[in-house]
Design a protein around this ligand. Structure first.
Ligand code: PLP
Length: 384
């Protein structure tokens, strides 16, 4: 590495920390597909590598860059966002008390209810926008972890990271933040007081919808971090070398992609904000949004590329509008260069807190005017 600590994070990302291969002078890192590494004659591993379920040089580069972007002490890649999130909960013990959001990535909420609770964690799902409720729900001596997601899927409420970190630490617990949607471009939870940040690297960090991965970044390399490393090593949920390399390549354009997605989301939100066919636009970047002031204080450079539209006419009409778009792709996931639209209640099933008329939009990097025109055209079909 030839990293210069005076470079901004944007420059560090663009140059992947300035890494240059010393033997070939290649300006892009190679992929190291090796699963195993030579042991020295004196029985040591002087390279620091022994087996790729522990670590691999290709993970190291992506982990080092993400650690720098988040302002953390250590980072670790996982086979998926769910594997990364699951590791944090599995690092607790049965009987431990956890607070999780009522509105959050539904797959993790389902995993908590289907696996973590039967395993023995005591989980309360609460409104993470309500500091009084959080304080009341904490159990000194039993609460070990607060998990928040901000902005939170798919209603895009904002949680106050610094205030929740203070409450969490007041009872000796840890704060973990799913910052997949904010990305380190828009907020850095560790700097605001969180202990662990989680990303579905599948989304903005990679940005091209061509790999599945997850990551954790921590404020300290302590015994909790060692526990996470053991869970990854022993459970085996490591990322493949090719995926780690795709992730590093994607992170080099993280800043311009996220900035373009934020501009598009802001333009789409403002356009449909007073629209006859739209009941409500959910986006923290709208000055009328309930969490706008908090978002403006906590986020830098934009309010994210995700928003939701509630379509006049209810669930069937929302599904019809999603069926009529041409430029937006009707698909799940988020954070890629292509814009996606999804009827979210269909994905989340009967227990969802998401209204049936809601379409979730992941803004890509196309022209905002084309994205808006495509939605306008889809909304006009079937209106007499
Ligand atoms: N967190 C958020 C906010 C997500 O949107 C997702 C996936 O959609 C995940 C976590 C899970 O990540 P993965 O699909 O990479 O396992």
């Amino acid at each position: 590495m030839t990293s210069d600590e005076n470079w901004s994070r944007r420059s560090q990302a663009a140059r992947a920390l300035g890494w240059v291969d010393q033997s070939t002078r290649a300006v892009t890192p190679p992929i190291h597909p090796a699963s195993t590494f030579l042991r020295d004659p004196d029985n040591q591993y002087s390279s620091g590598y022994s087996y790729a379920r522990d670590t691999n040089p290709t993970y190291d580069q992506a982990e080092a860059l993400l650690c720098e972007l988040e302002g953390g002490a250590a980072a670790m890649l996982f086979a998926s966002g769910m594997a990364a999130a699951g590791a944090v909960f599995l690092n607790l013990a049965p009987g431990d008390h956890v607070l999780a959001p009522r509105v959050m990535y539904w797959g993790l909420r389902k995993w908590l209810m289907d696996f973590a609770v039967p395993w023995g964690l005591v989980v309360d799902f609460i409104d993470m926008g309500d500091l009084v409720a959080i304080k009341a729900a904490l159990r000194p001596g039993q609460s070990r972890l607060i998990w928040i997601e901000t902005p939170a899927n798919p209603l895009w409420g904002i949680s106050d990271i610094a205030a929740i970190a203070a409450l969490t630490h007041g009872v000796g617990a840890r704060l973990a933040v799913d910052s997949t949607v904010a990305t380190p471009v828009l907020s850095q939870p560790l700097i605001l007081g969180a202990d662990v940040v989680m990303h579905s690297a599948t989304k903005y960090l990679n940005g091209h919808s061509d790999m599945i991965g997850g990551a954790l970044v921590a404020s300290q390399r302590d015994e909790f971090w060692q526990g996470l490393a053991d869970i990854r090593h022993d459970g085996g949920a490591v990322l493949g070398a090719f995926e780690a390399w795709l992730l590093l390549r994607g992170m080099r354009t993280l800043y311009p992609r996220v900035e373009a997605a934020c501009r598009n989301a802001q333009a789409v939100a403002e356009h449909f904000h007073d629209h006859a066919e739209i009941v409500e636009v959910l986006y923290p970047g709208l000055p009328s949004a309930p969490d706008h002031a908090l978002a403006a204080r906590q986020m830098r450079g934009g309010f994210g590329g995700m928003l939701s539209l509630r379509v006049r006419g209810g669930e069937a009409r929302a599904i019809e509008v999603a069926a009529n778009v041409k430029l937006w792709s009707r698909a799940t996931s988020l954070g890629g260069v292509e814009s996606l639209i999804e009827h979210r209640a269909s994905v989340e099933g009967p227990d969802t807190p998401v209204p049936g008329d809601l379409l979730r939009l992941s803004c890509g990097i196309e022209d905002a005017k084309d994205l808006i025109a495509d939605l306008e055209r889809a909304l006009a079909i079937g209106i007499s």
